[in-house]
Design a protein around this ligand. Structure first.
Ligand code: UD1
Length: 357
């Protein structure tokens, strides 16, 4: 069997690594790794390949940054050519980024089966580009690997045949379980001269950072929180550009470059609180039992709220400040780990691909 994995941006890499590994152990056949080049900076891409032990991509489509339409179209044009040369038996796509939907659309049009890893998640917010990518990918992909039972429910409700859906659990924890001990040996907190109590921030959602009013409000609040709690902010290129455009000063926040996987996991694992709008970080903090405050109105990962350590803040900056205070004062909920967050999801995927498809 010839399997072709498509990855494109930072949140894909930690999901693909354990799947590639499990398929190798299961002797599934030839594996090809294709990078679309959606993310291309050293610390948004290359460092992850090194730290996660991913094989170097067999090809890179080098699409880079552009508007959604141009980026998606460029991936489709370039991947069609590559697929027609490679002729894989199955293409495996990950998550909800533009590369995911572009690869899936192209494959289905030329008759190559697609498996979607992390299928079925829904925020029910169609203003999020990722929600559109999820909806389209899941409607047309042939096999859907879901991380949690809500994923199965959403897919069934949307009319997806049950024999296409496989509940396997969350693949990302294959990587976290493997690398957490190594991450914990990192001295990143000391290197950054952070005190024992600190907050870790990530923000990059267009709804938060592309609207100047919203960005100013969030940053002003964070700067106020920074009077009581040290704050470190590995800043995404999109957010960095927006802040540079605005020439806005927040002296109580320590900005650093985007971190590699190990240092970022290390920073999460020791944080007093994580303030984020990312998807994967809501899950990683739940796994590590670290309080997480999500600056979004909704989440496609509700299990992190009902079972885990996550709280939705929305745009309520008063709630953000109050929640940070509650966490500092030890008055925050204790979460636990959802089912199937055991680091073995990738083995279940390999089993399905080798024995059932
Ligand atoms: C993408 C994903 C998002 C994911 C995020 C993780 C989509 C629709 N969005 O958003 O789901 O959470 O990746 O980071 O696919 N840039 C660089 N260097 C890079 C990559 C990007 O400077 O290596 C800058 C460019 O100016 C670009 C901007 O960041 O315009 C946004 O990059 P893009 O890939 O379009 O989307 P993300 O915001 O990263």
């Amino acid at each position: 069997m010839k399997l072709l994995h498509v990855v494109g941006a930072r949140p894909n890499f930690m999901k693909a690594a354990p799947v590639i590994d499990a398929l190798k152990r299961a002797d599934a056949g030839t594996q090809i790794l294709l990078h679309t080049g959606q993310h291309y900076d050293e610390n948004m891409s290359r460092i992850f390949f090194d730290e996660l032990g991913l094989p170097a991509p067999d090809a890179n489509l080098e699409v880079g940054s552009a508007s959604h339409a141009v980026q998606t179209a460029e991936i489709m044009i370039r991947i069609e050519q590559y697929l027609s040369e490679q002729k894989p038996d199955l293409v495996i796509v990950y998550g909800d980024i533009n590369s995911t939907v572009a690869a899936t659309l192209t494959c289905t049009k030329i008759g190559i089966p697609v498996a979607h890893v992390e299928a079925g998640l829904r925020s029910f917010d169609r203003n999020m580009p990722e929600e559109i990518n999820r909806l389209v990918t899941d409607q047309i992909a042939n096999y859907l690997f879901t991380p949690s039972p809500d994923g199965d429910e959403h897919l069934l409700r949307e009319g997806v045949a049950s024999d296409k859906i496989f509940l396997v659990g969350n693949v990302m924890f294959g990587t976290l379980v493997r690398l957490l001990p190594k991450a914990k040996q990192r001295n990143v907190r000391k290197t950054l001269e952070l005190p024992e109590q600190y907050g870790l921030i990530t923000l990059h959602r267009p709804s938060n950072v592309d609207e100047p009013d919203s960005l100013v409000e969030i940053m002003t609040t964070l700067n106020e929180i920074g009077e009581d709690l040290a704050l470190v902010f590995p800043i995404h290129p999109r957010t960095r550009k927006r802040l540079q455009d605005m020439d806005f000063k927040t002296p109580n926040i320590q900005f650093i470059d985007p971190q590699g996987y190990l240092d970022f996991v290390a920073l999460q694992s020791e944080a007093t609180v994580v303030i984020t709008d990312s998807g994967g970080i809501q899950e990683e903090t739940t796994y590590m039992g670290i309080p997480c405050l999500t600056v979004r109105e909704n989440t496609e990962r509700p299990i992190t709220i009902t079972v885990g350590t996550n709280t939705l803040i929305g745009k309520d900056m008063q709630k953000l400040k109050q929640s940070v205070q509650d966490i500092i004062n030890g008055r925050y909920k204790v979460g636990k780990n959802p089912d199937l967050w055991d680091g073995k999801a990738s083995d279940r995927i390999a089993d399905v691909i080798v024995n059932r498809l």
